[in-house]
Design a protein around this ligand. Structure first.
Ligand code: ADP
Ligand code: MG
Length: 883
């Protein structure tokens, strides 16, 4: 689009300011332009309108020459962070356009340039970042050419590169298209960068700003050149890139060229890309992450409701971020798990090391983000001081570690780079009471620069000089009221009141006349004044020069700072896991590469913290070759869902290398944990439909292996009883025959307990309740065998349903049960008072092996059904049953 720099649409001549704005806007069309005019940032035209809607700015207008008026909205420079935060949180990008020359010296209009573009994925302002989580920007590169008519086709895999610009870390991986949603859900990027060709493809996540860039920045040659130049390497092999990693290179190259472009002050802190190969960590899909409430509660606003809330005893921001990552990426390499375990164990067993280490760590500020600021050239004097204080705490951290008998800990200690020269430099160069900004002066420590010290002496001598001069001149002139003063416009002067003018000496030269006094200067005063003014100017520029020297010198150590930050974060998390283990009485699980899982006295790490400790009832569970599928029954509120999630969380904790809430545990390394919650149980998801539930179930059937842990909570509930039971039944059979995954299936369908008798590796368990008169007491105890009935009416009573309603329900129940056992139509409800091991007479004939529907179910291959076919099939089966 050609820029209209000379005239506005009605042909009238524009002011030079508006012409300049148009030029800037033309180059930054996808951003709101904050256009600096004096003490304000101004937004014009469409930006002004958007700014008033999004940011609550007042919309006015401004004259634009020739009677044309321009929509305008302004914000004070002082308040810019607040508005940036708003804009970025709403997913907008902002180009900050500054005056880049002194208005006093400008010929004509002041030159302006965009000095920085702030986007959701690249913000570096403290106020816009949260300390305990990363802020990710993701770039994705498809492996084929998206078809213009349907950009979601024409490609199958993507290279995915991710950066946290505030910390400088970069990682890359390759994924099939179907896994992109889960990975984005894990990373929760605030911005996603895509090639323009993908415009129109529905990004499988919400909440991220999408930025398109020209396709060519994703070209292999361009990307390779960009990366080699950025990291100053001859070839990318050193980073582990191989010949077939073209997609990774293309995504990474596009990513770094984009961030460099919008941060002109530099991105020297970008770290070389880490390559994540498939299978290096446990994949966790979005539903599992949510259902296990790992880092986000299903009930928003509930404090302390997630695994992270319970585990987060970290003492540094770096540790908090790393902990979050460890939770979301459990390990699968047993060696790696064991080495974390042994470090945690060493810290559990040695309280002094643990306490000492954590105390020292707590004195370390966010080194990783400080390093990021140093690298991006935006560190302030106070931040350098914080960096210095953090470095000063490191020797204590190291002392604690090097004494440890554990290899991992001793290794961390031994390789901890203390950066003594950097610490020394900051100590010597930066004044311990340095102000927040350089402009305020007084940043450089006395003694660091002899020239600066001398200049300061001149300035500090001013008070003495003035006092001495005043005393001397009073004596010489005999005027007791003579005073030496200073003002901004006229500088230093000698002031004599009108009544004493007759006594003014010859050598006084007039400077300024007031109503009641005259002001003078002398050659001596003039000379001295010039010296002082010169000193002040020189001091300001010298301080700026010295500070930027120090900054550059620290910047040359950014990589070392970052690897120190990594170790600090790791130690923080390890000591946190130890601390949590001690406080919560967790044990070290025996993590092994075999099949069986055995948990003794297992507890739910989050639920147990919500009640007095002795009130939580621990439970045992064994899953092995002779029984790896558990049909878990029990009335509503008995504790089924809690046990299910408890097992999932213990599995996950074990693979993080953490201790687990149990008396003892043997945990096999699993490749994936799947957790699904039936539609009607899944309140948080609003759009919970039976279809969604079936989609998810299909995904498990496709993704699970005999090394997976599958946790199904009331799957099949979102449809009629027969439909639901049929699906649950066939899914269980399939898992049993074809997959072999350890599975716990919580259900209120008693029919399913028959599976325990039919299939060898399926066993029934139930969460017991005791009847006491009309009521039931929840024992929360897990036992072998299926539940005998559902106790729905008792639960309803407990929940406060009125007496007569409960009585009537009881009546109806008896009636229904009577009808049913006489072979009537009933409601298809399951039998009551029936020991699970004994198949009920007649009533479940539907499941007799020769029923045509069962035949059909057996022949069915769920793997090859689309969800739509499955639904049609269900309707068909249902029709047959009703016939
Ligand atoms: P269900 O899935 O069987 O309906 P839940 O697992 O949702 O039951 O448990 C209901 C409530 O019972 C939980 O919110 C918790 O407060 C309590 N609960 C569950 N398990 C235990 C336990 N082992 N010890 C103590 N209280 C428990
Ligand atoms: Mg439940």
């Amino acid at each position: 689009m050609p820029t209209r720099s000379k005239s506005s649409s009605d042909g009238a001549t524009e002011t030079p300011l508006m012409q300049q704005w148009r030029e800037v806007k033309a180059r930054n069309q996808d951003a709101l332009v904050f256009f600096r005019v004096g003490d304000f940032y101004e937004l014009f035209f469409q930006d002004a309108e958007e700014g008033s809607k999004l940011l609550g700015l007042t919309l006015t207008s401004r004259n634009n020459g020739a009677a044309a008026r321009v929509p305008l909205a302004g914000l004070p420079v002082k308040a810019v962070d607040e508005y940036l935060a708003k804009a970025v949180q709403l997913g907008r990008r902002v180009a900050i356009c500054e005056q880049v020359e002194d208005p006093a010296e400008a010929k004509g209009i002041v030159r302006r340039e965009v000095v920085e573009t702030v986007t959701p994925g690249t913000v570096l302002h403290d106020r816009l970042l949260s300390a305990d989580r990363n802020n990710f920007l993701v770039a994705m590169c498809p492996d084929g050419k998206p078809r213009p008519e349907d950009p979601s086709s024409g490609w199958e895999r993507v290279g995915l590169a991710v950066v946290d610009l505030s910390t400088g870390e970069v990682a890359v991986q390759e994924l099939p298209r179907g896994e992109v949603g889960d990975e984005l859900g894990r990373l929760e990027p605030s911005e996603v960068l895509l090639p323009r060709a993908l415009d129109g493809w529905g990004l499988p996540m919400e909440g991220a700003a999408v930025t398109f860039r020209e396709d060519w920045i994703f070209d292999l040659a361009t990307a390779r050149e960009e990366l080699e130049g950025r990291y100053r390497v001859r070839s990318l092999e050193g980073f582990g890139f191989q010949a077939e990693d073209g997609l990774l290179v293309r995504a990474a190259g596009a990513l770094t060229s984009y961030v460099a472009q919008i941060q002109p002050a530099g991105v020297a802190h970008l770290r070389p890309p880490r390559i994540r190969r498939p299978g290096s960590v446990m994949a966790l899909d979005e539903m599992t992450r949510r259902n296990l409430e790992l880092v986000e509660s299903l009930r928003p606003g509930l404090e302390g409701g997630t695994l992270r809330d319970v585990l987060d005893q970290t003492v540094t921001a770096m540790g908090a971020r790393l902990l979050r990552r460890w939770i979301l990426t459990p390990l699968v390499d047993p060696q790696a798990i064991w080495s974390r375990q042994s470090a945690v164990a060493a810290l559990v067993e040695d309280p002094a090391t643990r306490a000492g280490g954590r105390e020292a760590l707590s004195r370390v500020a966010d080194l990783e983000r400080l390093a990021g600021k140093v690298g991006a050239g935006r560190v302030t004097p106070r931040e350098l001081l914080a960096l210095g204080r953090s470095l000063a705490a490191l020797p204590d951290v190291q002392d604690v570690l090097t004494g440890s008998p554990d290899e991992t800990l001793a290794g961390l200690g031994g390789s901890l780079d203390l950066l003594p020269e950097t610490l020394d430099l900051i100590d010597r160069a930066i004044a311990s009471d340095a102000p927040a900004t350089l402009q305020e002066g007084g940043v450089i420590e006395p003694g660091y620069s002899p020239e600066l010290d001398e200049l300061r002496e001149v300035r500090d001598g001013a008070v003495d000089f003035i006092a001495a001069l005043q005393a001397r001149e009073r004596e010489r002139t005999g005027i007791g009221s003579l005073k030496v003063g200073f003002n901004k416009v006229f500088g230093y002067y000698l002031e004599i009141s009108r009544s004493n003018l007759d006594r003014v000496p010859e050598d006084y030269l007039r400077k300024q006349t007031l109503t009641n006094a005259e002001r003078y200067f002398t050659p001596e005063l003039k000379e001295w004044e010039e010296k002082v003014f010169g000193a002040e100017d020189r001091m300001a520029s010298l301080e700026a020069e010295l500070f930027s020297q120090v900054r550059r010198e620290v910047a040359s150590c950014v990589e070392r700072l970052q690897s120190t930050a990594d170790r600090v974060a790791e130690l923080d998390v390890l000591s946190t896991l130890a601390e949590v283990a001690v406080r919560g009485s967790y044990v070290r699980p025996d993590v092994h590469t075999g099949f069986e899982m055995e948990i003794r006295g297992g507890r739910h790490p989050v639920v147990e913290t919500m009640m007095p400790r002795e009130e939580f009832i621990p439970n045992d569970l064994v899953l092995d070759d002779s029984g790896f599928i558990v049909i878990l029954t029990g009335p509503n509120m008995a504790g089924k869902s809690t046990i299910l999630r408890q097992v999932g969380l213990i599995q996950l904790l074990a693979q993080m290398g953490a201790f687990v809430p149990a008396d003892a545990a043997r945990i096999p390394v699993c490749d994936r944990i799947f957790t699904r919650v039936g539609a009607s149980d899944n309140l948080a998801r609003g759009q919970s439909t039976f279809m969604v539930e079936m989609n998810e179930t299909a995904a498990i059937i496709h993704g699970a292996s005999d090394r997976s842990l599958v946790l199904l909570d009331e799957i099949g509930r979102g449809t009629s009883t027969y439909d639901g039971v049929s699906i649950a039944w066939s899914v269980t059979e399939h898992v049993h025959e074809a997959i072999g995954a350890k599975t716990i299936f919580a259900t209120h369908y008693h029919e399913l307990t028959q599976l325990g008798d039919l299939l060898p590796a399926v066993k029934n368990m139930n969460v017991v309740v005791r009847e006491s008169g009309e009521d039931i007491v929840f024992l929360r105890r897990l036992e072998d065998g299926g539940a005998d009935r559902s106790y729905g009416i008792q639960v309803a009573r407990l929940a406060g349903l009125p007496r007569d309603v409960v009585a009537r329900a009881r009546e109806l129940l008896e009636e229904l049960e009577g009808t049913h056992s006489h072979g009537g139509e009933g409601l298809g409800r399951h039998g009551a008072h029936r020991p699970a091991s004994e198949p009920p007479p007649g009533q479940l004939s539907f499941f007799s092996p020769d029923h045509p529907v069962v035949d059909e179910l057996r022949r069915l291959d769920p793997e090859n059904l689309t969800p739509l076919e499955a639904l049609n099939l269900l309707a068909e089966l249902r029709r047959k049953v009703d016939e």
